[in-house]
Structures are given as C-alpha cells and as structure tokens.
Design a protein around this ligand. Structure first.
Ligand code: NAD
Length: 260
C-alpha cells in the first residue's frame, strides 16, 4: 500500500522561482503533476530551471515578475492564466533580507524588505485571489476544486531574531496577512496557509554559513544542523493539494524545533 498526492491538472504559480526554495518548490510541484509557472526577475535562471523540469517530464513555463511592481504582478498573473490556465496554487515565495542592528536600519533597508516580503506578497495574493474568487462564484456548486495559497513566511516571523529585526517584522506581517486572508477567503474554497522554514542553506544566506558567526549559529540550533530545500518537499505538496482542504489559516513551522 502507498499514499500519493496527485496535482495533475493543477496550475501552480511560484514567485522567486529562480533559486533556493522557490526552485525546489517548483521541481517538486511539477513532479507531483502540476503545470508550474516559474516567475521572477532572473529570466535566464528560470529558463534553466524550466529545461531541468522538462527534462524530468514536467510541464514548466517562464514569466518575468518583479513583486515590488504591482503592474508587473497584474501582467504576470494575466499571462499565466491565458497561456497556461487558471491558477489553482500560488506559492508566494519571493523574499529578501538585510542584516543590521535595529539602530542602524535605514529607510532604504526598511522599504527594501517590506516592499518585497510584505507588500509584494500581499498584492500577488490579492491578484491571484481575486481570480480564484471569481471562479468560485461562477462555478456550478461543487465544481470549483479550490484554491491554495502558501505564503512563505519564516520562523523569524514567530520569534524575533537579532540583526534581522526588520526581516522578522516583515515575516510576522506575512503570518498575520495569512490569517486575514484565510478568514475572508475560506468561504470561497481558498485555503491560505503560512509556511515558516527554519535555517535552510540557500542563496539568501549561503555566504553566512562559512563565517565564524554562521558556524556558531549552527552550533546553537536544536539539532546543530541546517535544512536543505528538499526538506520542505512533502509540506509544500500537501499544502498545495486537496488533501489539505481542512487546513486553513495555519502557520506551519518547518524549522527543526528552532521556534519552540
Ligand atoms: P533565495 O534568495 O534563494 O530566494 C529568494 C528568491 O526571491 C530569489 O530567487 C530572488 O531573486 C527572488 N526575489 C527577490 N526579490 C524579488 C522581487 N522583487 N520579485 C521577484 N522575485 C524576487 O532565498 P530562499 O531561502 O530560497 O528564500 C525563499 C523564501 O524563503 C523567502 O521568502 C525567504 O524569506 C524564505 N525563508 C528562507 C529561509 C532560509 O533559511 N533559506 C528561512 C525562512 C524563510
């Protein structure tokens, strides 16, 4: 006996797909059968990922998207829907971070982090959500298979961390945004959940792990280890699937126990 999750026939739109978690989310959703729309600013990297996914027999498409630009969001979502199909799954993943003590944060640092992590994530969710709501309203009873929005927050949104205070604030806002969306959109069959990864070795932090400070930090983690992007495979597929229809507004930590 075995248990499988099948996303065949579903369209998944992933932001920040050119590296790290976004690239891995795209690979695993494609392996589960979804048609994946790879979005981000670095189109060449997205094309390389598309070739990898197609090489494995998956269905992948590339669209340019800068989540800090609302017109870019509207255009990418519209193109995805006309070129690939109605979006069933949104993985709201694009994010940035800066490192400094709170007294040193400049207005530019603050705006940089919030423009992507919070405002960008909100307007991507809104643009996709509006279309899911329209489908839900227009569908004959029982025919809308449901929307899934997964906001990639962070354990830093659950627990304030030194030197990435503004990042922590932006991710705490993502967690509350998730709840606010879930409360309003649950009735349309749209589930909105937040995924809070712990420290995972990706482009956003790779430089840090070879520094003395980075090694010290790993030594202080509950199991003294970093995660790999693949460690989130099962969670992303579950949250994207029908099987998670009873999970809405949840804040799911995948942090090896760090936020406890
Ligand atoms: P990453 O830097 O590899 O990925 C972030 C992606 O977002 C990049 O591809 C980047 O180009 C893209 N991006 C940034 N600004 C963008 C914009 N304006 N428009 C479109 N795309 C943009 O790092 P990652 O670790 O894969 O991060 C993915 C998400 O996971 C982020 O939201 C991050 O905050 C979150 N996260 C990461 C960790 C970790 O330890 N790696 C932990 C918790 C949460």
């Amino acid at each position: 006996m075995s248990y499988t999750i099948d996303l065949s026939g579903r369209v998944a739109f992933i932001t920040g797909a050119s590296s790290g978690l976004g690239a891995q989310f795209s690979r695993v959703l494609a392996r589960a059968g979804a048609a994946v729309v790879l979005t981000g600013r670095r189109v060449e990297k997205l094309k390389t990922l598309r070739a990898q996914i197609e090489g494995e027999g998956g269905d992948a498409h590339v669209l340019e998207l800068d989540v800090t630009d609302v017109d870019s969001i509207k255009s990418a979502v519209a193109h995805a829907e006309t070129e690939v199909g109605s979006i069933d799954i949104l993985v709201n993943n694009a994010g940035v971070s800066t490192t400094q003590r709170m007294q040193e944060v400049t207005e530019e640092d603050y705006d940089f982090v919030f423009a992507t992590n919070t405002k960008g994530m909100f307007f991507v969710a809104q643009e996709v959500g509006k279309r899911m709501i329209a489908r839900s309203r227009g569908a004959a009873p029982g025919t809308f298979t449901g929307g899934r929005i997964i906001n990639v927050a962070s354990m830093a949104g659950l627990r304030a961390l030194p030197q990435i205070g503004v990042y922590s604030m932006s991710k705490a806002a993502v967690i509350h945004m998730t709840r606010a969306l879930a409360i309003e959109w649950g009735r349309f069959g749209i589930n909105v959940n937040a995924l809070c990864p712990g420290y995972i070795d990706t482009e956003i932090n790779h430089h840090h792990w070879s520094t003395e400070q980075g090694r010290k930090l790993v030594g202080m983690l509950p199991r003294k280890r970093l995660g790999k992007p693949e460690d989130l495979d099962a969670l992303i597929v579950l949250l994207a699937s029908d099987q998670s229809h009873f999970v809405n507004g949840a804040v799911v930590a995948a942090d090896d126990g760090f936020s406890l």
